[in-house]
Design a protein around this ligand. Structure first.
Ligand SMILES: C[S@@+](CC[C@H](N)C(=O)[O-])C[C@H]1O[C@@H](n2cnc3c(N)ncnc32)[C@H](O)[C@@H]1O
Length: 281
C-alpha cells in the first residue's frame, strides 16, 4: 500500500514512476482512491488541475489501461462551496474480512491564537509546535516526525504499528487551513468523535469537513458519526458506495455563533471580519 498526501498543488507526475517501480517488483494495482477538497482559483491552476473531470481523465488514462474500473463523485451540499471529490478505481471487490478505515478532516479558518503556534520564532521548534498545539495529544501513542516551515507552517507524519497519521497546517491569517488524516486505526478502539474533538481543540476552526472511508461494503462507521458535537452546526451529509465495495461518508460543519454549553471544548472567539477563501468556479 502506498499513501501520498499532496498539500497545495497536486502532482500526478509521480504516477507513472510509481507504476514503473511497482511493475519492476511484479506488483499489480488492486485499488486506487484519490480524494481532494474544493478547487480554489481553478483557472489559475495548470492542467490537469483546473477541474475534477480533467484530473479523472488522467487517472482513467493510467488505471483504465491496467483494467481497473473507476467511479468518481463530488460530495457535499449544493449550497456550500466546500466539496469532497472522490475518485476510486479497483480491479476486484475487496475480499478481506477486516476493514481498513481512513479518517480525514479538513479545517478552515483557524482560531488566530491557535494558528500563532505554527509561526517560527527564535525559540520555536517542530517538537514544541507538536506539544503546544495539542497535536501530541491527538494520537498520544504515535511516533511523530514533525517539521516547522519558515516563516510559518507545520507538517507531521505519525506512525503507530501499522496505522499512520498526518497533519499539514497553513496558518496564514485570512486563508488558514489544516488537514488531518488517520488510516489503519481500529475505530472500535479509537473513539472517532473523541479523535475529532482532539483535532478541533488544536485548531478551533470556523468550518470543517470530515470524510470517513472504509474499503469493505457494509462496514461503514460514518453512518451514525458524529452523534453530537457541541459548538458546531452539522451540515450536509453524503454517502457514496465505491466500485471497490467500500464507501465514503462526508459531512460539513460550521461553528455555531454562540456555544454556551458547558460540555463544549471550543471557545467562541472567532472574529467576524475573517473572510472565507475567495474562489472562482
Ligand atoms: C504545511 S506546509 C505544506 C507542506 C507540504 N507538506 C510540502 O511538502 O510542500 C504549508 C505551510 O508552510 C508554509 N511554507 C513555508 N515554506 C514552504 C515551502 N518551502 N513549501 C511549502 N510550504 C511552505 C506555507 O506558507 C504554508 O503556511
Amino acid at each position: 500500500k502506498l499513501s501520498l498526501k499532496l498539500v497545495g498543488l497536486p502532482n500526478f507526475l509521480s504516477i507513472p514512476a510509481i507504476l514503473k517501480l511497482a511493475n519492476a517488483l511484479s506488483l499489480g494495482v488492486k485499488s486506487v482512491i484519490y480524494t481532494r477538497g474544493r478547487f480554489i482559483f481553478p483557472r489559475a491552476q495548470p492542467s490537469p488541475h483546473r477541474s475534477f473531470s480533467e484530473e479523472v481523465s488522467v487517472f482513467d488514462n493510467h488505471f483504465g489501461k491496467l483494467g481497473l474500473v473507476s467511479k468518481a463523485y463530488v460530495m457535499g451540499s449544493p449550497e456550500k462551496s466546500q466539496k469532497w471529490h472522490v475518485y476510486s478505481a479497483s480491479a476486484e471487490l475487496g475480499s478481506q474480512s477486516k476493514p481498513v478505515y481512513t479518517f480525514e478532516m479538513f479545517v478552515i479558518g483557524l482560531d488566530r491564537k491557535r494558528a500563532s503556534v505554527f509561526y517560527k520564532t527564535h525559540g520555536s521548534s517542530a517538537a514544541l509546535m507538536t506539544e503546544d498545539s495539542g497535536i501530541r495529544k491527538i494520537l498520544p501513542q504515535s511516533e511523530i516526525c514533525d517539521f516547522e516551515f519558515d516563516p510559518c507552517g507545520y507538517s507531521m507524519n505519525g506512525i503507530e504499528g501499522s496505522a499512520i497519521s498526518t497533519i499539514h497546517v497553513t496558518p496564514e491569517d485570512g486563508f488558514s487551513y489544516a488537514g488531518f488524516e488517520a488510516a489503519g486505526y481500529d475505530f472500535e478502539d479509537v473513539n472517532l468523535t473523541q479523535l475529532l474533538e482532539r483535532v478541533l481543540a488544536c485548531f478551533q476552526p470556523t468550518e470543517f469537513s470530515v470524510a470517513v472511508h472504509t474499503d469493505i461494503a457494509g462496514r461503514e462507521l460514518g453512518k451514525n458519526f458524529p452523534l453530537d458535537l457541541n459548538g458546531y452546526h452539522c451540515g450536509h451529509k453524503s454517502h457514496e458506495v465505491l466500485g471497490s465495495g467500500g464507501s465514503v461518508t462526508y459531512q460539513n460543519f460550521d461553528r455555531a455563533e454562540s456555544c454556551g454549553s458547558p460540555r463544549s471544548i471550543l471557545k467562541c472567539c472567532w472574529s467576524k471580519d475573517e473572510k472565507e477563501v475567495e474562489e472562482e468556479f
